[in-house]
Design a protein around this ligand. Structure first.
Ligand SMILES: *[C@@H]1O[C@H](CO)[C@@H](O)[C@H](O)[C@H]1NC(C)=O
Ligand SMILES: *[C@@H]1O[C@H](CO)[C@@H](O)[C@H](O)[C@H]1NC(C)=O
Ligand SMILES: *[C@@H]1O[C@H](CO)[C@@H](O)[C@H](O)[C@H]1NC(C)=O
Ligand SMILES: *[C@@H]1O[C@H](CO)[C@@H](O)[C@H](O)[C@H]1NC(C)=O
Ligand SMILES: *[C@@H]1O[C@H](CO)[C@@H](O)[C@H](O)[C@H]1NC(C)=O
Ligand SMILES: *[C@@H]1O[C@H](CO)[C@@H](O)[C@H](O)[C@H]1NC(C)=O
Length: 755
């Protein structure tokens, strides 16, 4: 990267028009970009391969920057440069950090930030490539397909950052049971690109190829001069020929997919516990009302339901569960329409009351479900998270699952997650977005049709099983169990499932499997499925444990992650580069970190010294500070300090986000303050050679350092913004891969003139 000097001056006399600043064209060329995804037996392995040439006559730092599904584990990364292979290695996170902390704190290492969006994580690294040389980046990630509402969805994100001559996405699905349907969806599956997609469906196999031309890569909806930017979603389901499901076995391992569908519906008893505290104000409460009305409409006549709202008090629609008759639903809907936000948040009281209602309504052969929706921390009544968890656990006593929906980023998601997992449920984040009502409704649909209760899966001739007992099985989902085979004599390997169906105890076993259900497959893959599932479940289990038990589970998860080379929250991928270059350390971020705080919206706490202060007629040579950007949703503030004697950039940039992070960047110095602690290292702030990366939520800010040594100036650029962008300010967006960035939408009164 090289930059021409920026040409601008700022003065305070009139409103600026608009300013763009161009940097010299870089000439590196992604001449080939392939994504190859192979799904065998519902386990997907995807390889992204990018080949880049440095067409310049000097060496260049070349970036590899892709996004992968959150659910996946990266398992391999390699670079090929000049006949050499550089393999990433997976190490224990602590070890990797100890080893590289020194370099990191010196600001030398370019650690890799994986910012968390709704469904995607980011992988980024870079390497210096000599003049006229090439580099190939190859990233592999793996994931077990999850069945939701009767389908699997394989998500492929394509964003090579420039139009690519040889661009290909190849998906191959291989399924012994047979593929019942396959569809291609997502933002890239549009009319403009329709003829670039081919889909072949042949019973047990299916192929999807997506080969857009360079022109097509610029013309699709979300694509532009930077080429493709969007998702391809392969949606499919498989045939289910046996009610016992699909059992695959290798000499050492087995995996069992269980998803019977020909079962009677089971009436359910559901209680909705809805937070109506003051923080739900505005759009959130509105979307909650809309979602509730839809959900109430979808109740079946033989369902029973309860509805209550809470702040520091409880507001019953009715004190007990009632049948979902037309009349009752109508009355509940009118209650839902009138939900108002007010007060504080007493989660403890509300969940206990919901539990009491369900306990009072115990009925044989029906499925009870408690759904809590909240957007904040407990602030009234019992507020200690552990005490709430312990109270709730005692009250529910494993009788039914508790699902917690955390609305927005102000919730203590870890608290909700732990509470759900302790009570056989799961926690889900509802993203504050225009489709929040659909997210709520979508979640409800997943649990709307319970088919089985108390599902116990048993296996003979096997050990080291993943979870085998499930409180519920919902129509459209799937239970997956994997384990090690202890007896190679297939006669001795057997499975059966016992559960409660609508009106009776049912048993699924080989005897009523209409066809042979076991299939012998290669060991390696099935072993990885087992490892993947085991690690995922251990990471979940770890959440609810503490002390030595937690450590033991972590240790086991770590050992497996290392053995199978999975990048999990316990491990890091260390990317060693050619001699003379820094080592990159990639971490997988944890879901559930609160990312911004509500207080930011109400009273933006401008960090002292970084506030907006525009002085008309300021004396020359004195620093002036400008508010460059503000995003109320992310809670991001960017301020720039300008020395009016010096043209071409800022002396200092101040960034404030997450309500706790204060980052001050000068050309030489980065200081990071998180809460009260000052540090020189933060996962969210990464110093590279001529850039400083700051990740705040799913926003990425890059501060470019330019100019001569001794006179370096800073220029902040938004390189990535959330799709729902509420930001405002003069900070421009990165316009093209390497051409221009711009100052847009001026808010402060000053003149920008080009000289
Ligand atoms: C995709 O990967 C699979 C498995 O490694 C391989 O067999 C296949 O040839 C690859 N397909 C393409 C188009 O490269
Ligand atoms: C190649 O480098 C030389 C200096 O080393 C420079 O003068 C020349 O303009 C460069 N050529 C190109 C095409 O960039
Ligand atoms: C379960 O879902 C399938 C389609 O996915 C549907 O045909 C069936 O009727 C559903 N069963 C119940 C009880 O809802
Ligand atoms: C699973 O459920 C069965 C039957 O209800 C029970 O006997 C067994 O102890 C349970 N196993 C675990 C690990 O909870
Ligand atoms: C089963 O067979 C595999 C390969 O043939 C072997 O590695 C394994 O040790 C055997 N397991 C047992 C329990 O005999
Ligand atoms: C399967 O067969 C067994 C008897 O062998 C029976 O008890 C059980 O109910 C059957 N299960 C189903 C789901 O039909």
């Amino acid at each position: 990267w090289s930059y021409t000097a920026m040409r601008m001056t700022l003065s305070s006399t009139s409103l600026p028009p608009f300013l763009t600043n161009c940097i010299t064209e870089d000439d590196w060329d992604i001449y080939s970009f392939h994504i190859n995804s192979t799904v065998t037996g519902r386990y997907a392995t995807t390889v992204i391969k990018s080949r880049v040439a440095n067409r310049m006559n000097e060496s260049k730092e070349i970036e590899f920057h892709v996004r992968i599904p959150k659910n996946a584990f990266i398992s391999k990364f390699r670079m090929f440069i000049d006949g050499q292979v550089y393999d990433g290695t997976v190490k224990a996170k602590e070890q990797a950090q100890r080893q590289y902390t020194e370099a990191v704190s010196r600001g030398e290492s370019a650690g890799l930030v994986s910012s968390v969006g709704r469904t995607l994580e980011e992988f980024k690294t870079s390497v210096t490539v000599a003049a006229h040389k090439k580099v190939t980046f190859e990233l592999t990630y793996e994931e077990l397909m999850t069945r939701t509402l009767g389908k699997y969805e394989l998500l492929i994100h394509a964003r090579p950052m420039q139009p690519v001559q040889d661009f290909k996405v190849d998906v191959h699905i291989h399924e012994k049971a047979g593929i019942s349907f396959i569809d291609v969806k997502g933002g890239l599956s549009t009319k403009a690109l329709a003829n670039a997609i081919t889909k072949t469906h042949a019973d047990k196999q299916a192929w999807v190829h997506f080969y857009p031309t360079e022109d097509q890569q610029k013309t699709c909806d979300s694509c532009g001069e930077q080429g493709l930017n969007g998702d391809l979603v392969i949606v499919y389901d498989v045939n289910r020929i046996s009610s016992l499901g699909d059992l695959k076995r290798s000499p050492g391992y087995f995996v069992h997919h269980f998803a019977p569908s020909e079962l009677p519906r089971m009436p359910k008893n559901v209680v909705f516990v809805i937070d109506q505290s003051g923080s739900m104000h505005g759009k959130k409460i509105q979307q909650t009302r809309i979602a509730l009305i839809h959900i109430l409409n979808d109740l079946a006549e033989d369902d029973h339901f309860g509805l209550m709202t809470f702040d520091d008090n409880i507001f019953h629609w009715k004190r007990e569960l009632v049948q979902a008759t037309e009349e009752n639903v109508k009355s509940a809907k009118s209650f839902a329409r009138k939900i108002q936000d007010r007060g504080s948040t007493d989660i403890n009281k509300a969940v206990l009351e919901g539990t009491k209602m369900l306990n009072a309504h115990h009925k044989e052969s029906s499925a009870s479900i408690l759904i809590l929706l909240t957007d904040g921390d407990p602030t009234s009544g019992v507020t200690n998270p552990e005490r709430i968890q312990s109270n709730v656990r005692k009250a529910i006593a494993d009788k039914f699952p508790l699902y917690c929906l955390g609305f927005g980023f102000d919730v203590n998601f870890n608290f909700l997650e732990k509470m759900s997992l302790q009570n056989n449920g799961v926690a889900r984040r509802i993203y504050e977005d225009s489709d929040a009502d659909l997210q709520l409704k979508g979640f409800y649909e997943e649990v709307a049709n319970p088919l089985l209760l108390d599902v116990a899966m048993t296996y003979s001739g096997a050990s080291n099983l993943t979870q085998t007992n499930f409180s519920m099985y919902y129509n459209g989902s799937e239970i997956v169990v994997a384990g090690q085979v202890t007896d190679n004599n297939s006669e001795n390997f057997d499975s059966q499932v016992i559960a409660i169906s609508a009106n009776k105890r049912v048993r699924f076993s080989k005897t009523n499997a209409s066809v042979e259900f076991t299939e012998v497959v290669s060991d390696d893959q099935i072993q990885r499925v087992w490892a993947y599932l085991t690690v995922k479940q251990l990471l979940q289990k770890e959440v609810v444990l503490s002390g030595p038990e937690k450590e033991a589970v972590q240790k086991e998860a770590l050992e497996l992650s290392l053995k199978y080379s999975f990048v999990t929250p316990l491990t890091s991928m260390v990317v060693t580069k050619p001699p003379g270059e820094e080592t990159d350390v990639l971490d997988k971020p944890k879901e559930g970190k609160p990312q911004s705080s509500r207080e930011m919206d109400l009273a933006p706490p401008v960090h002292p010294g970084l506030g907006l202060s525009v002085y008309p007629g300021h004396p020359r040579g004195h620093p002036v500070r400008y508010r460059l950007h503000h995003d109320p949703v992310v809670g991001l503030y960017v301020n720039g300090e300008l020395d009016s004697n010096v043209k071409g950039g800022f002396n200092k940039i101040g960034i404030h986000f997450d309500n706790s992070h204060h980052v001050e960047v000068g050309p030489k110095l980065i200081s990071v303050r998180i809460g009260q602690t000052t540090t020189h290292h933060s996962e969210q702030v990464i110093r590279r050679d001529k850039e400083i990366d700051v990740a705040a939520g799913d926003m990425r800010l890059v501060i470019i350092v330019h100019g001569q040594t001794g006179k370096e100036l800073l220029w902040p650029v938004l390189r990535q913004q959330p799709s729902d962008n509420f930001g405002e300010g003069i900070l421009g967006e990165w316009e093209k891969k390497k051409a221009c960035f711009a100052l847009l939408r001026p808010v402060a009164k000053f003149t920008v003139e080009e000289v």
